[in-house]
Design a protein around this ligand. Structure first.
Ligand code: HEC
Length: 225
């Protein structure tokens, strides 16, 4: 501080002519330092060792789940039928819920954007287990390929299965370049949804071939993937 006397206690000539001051930190500064240090230990113990559910992130997740339960009460139990799927494919708020289910449970295998990692690309027109909309919730509940695609029946709420299926259905048509290439067969377009009518032409991939249960991979017919 300005009113403290400056003490120069370096040897007469200093070192190489450089003089060093030796002034202790002011007491108020040291006390603040000590206080932050003591605070940090308690902070660490509180948030990182004990008391789960107290971080911002956990509190947010808990609130989201609570909110979801409230909203599930509004819609009752959804049926995994075509009309329900189509209806929820057009409802942005509910697609957000489907998307969050996807991000927490599916992206590890299908990729953040659905373009496929361990599991197949969900954004193209090729499918192995799915021919129509209602096959999506079926595959999601029951799993596929000896459960390399896990069964989610006992892990997700039935509404979550319907909502994530609706979300997955909306991923189709983006034809994102996946890491695995096309798998399965081209399937017929989904029935029209209120949103897709406005957004994009769904008739770009008419499936004239209805192959048997083989898993043959057809070459992409003029599609990007
Ligand atoms: C452990 C990895 C893994 C996870 C997690 C996973 N999947 Fe899959 N999924 C797969 C594999 C592998 C297949 C391909 C099965 C096959 O070869 O028949 C698949 C297939 C699918 C299919 C059918 C695709 C097709 O081509 O027929 C859908 C739809 C699907 N998964 C949706 C989901 C959803 C929704 C979730 C999250 C709730 C999810 N998956 C989580 C691995 C996974």
């Amino acid at each position: 501080m300005a009113d403290q006397p400056i003490v120069d206690d370096s040897p007469e000539d200093g070192f190489d002519g450089i003089h060093e001051y030796d002034n202790p930190c002011p007491m108020w500064w040291s006390l603040i330092f000590l206080a932050t240090f003591i605070f940090s230990i308690q902070y660490m113990l509180f948030f990182h060792v004990g008391n789960s559910g107290w971080t911002l992130d956990e509190a947010y997740q808990n609130a989201k789940v609570e909110n979801l339960k409230l909203r599930f009460a509004q819609i009752g139990e959804l049926k995994p039928d075509e009309a329900t799927l189509i209806s929820y494919m057009g409802q942005k708020d509910w697609l957000e819920v489907g998307k969050s289910v996807f991000k927490s449970n599916c992206k590890s295998c299908h990729g953040d954007d659905g373009s496929g990692l361990v599991g197949p690309n969900l954004t193209d027109d090729y499918c192995k287990n799915v021919k129509q909309l209602t096959d999506i919730p079926r595959v999601v509940s029951e799993g596929a390929a000896n459960l390399t695609m896990p069964a989610w029946r006992d892990r997700l709420h039935p509404n979550e299965i319907v909502l994530v299926s609706a979300y997955v259905a909306t991923l189709r048509g983006q034809n994102l370049p996946g890491k695995r290439g096309p798998e399965g067969n081209v399937i017929p377009p989904w029935p029209k949804t209120p949103a897709s009518k406005a957004a994009k032409p769904a008739e770009e991939a008419p499936a004239k071939t209805e192959p048997a249960a083989s898993e043959s991979v057809k070459p992409a017919e003029g599609t990007k993937s």
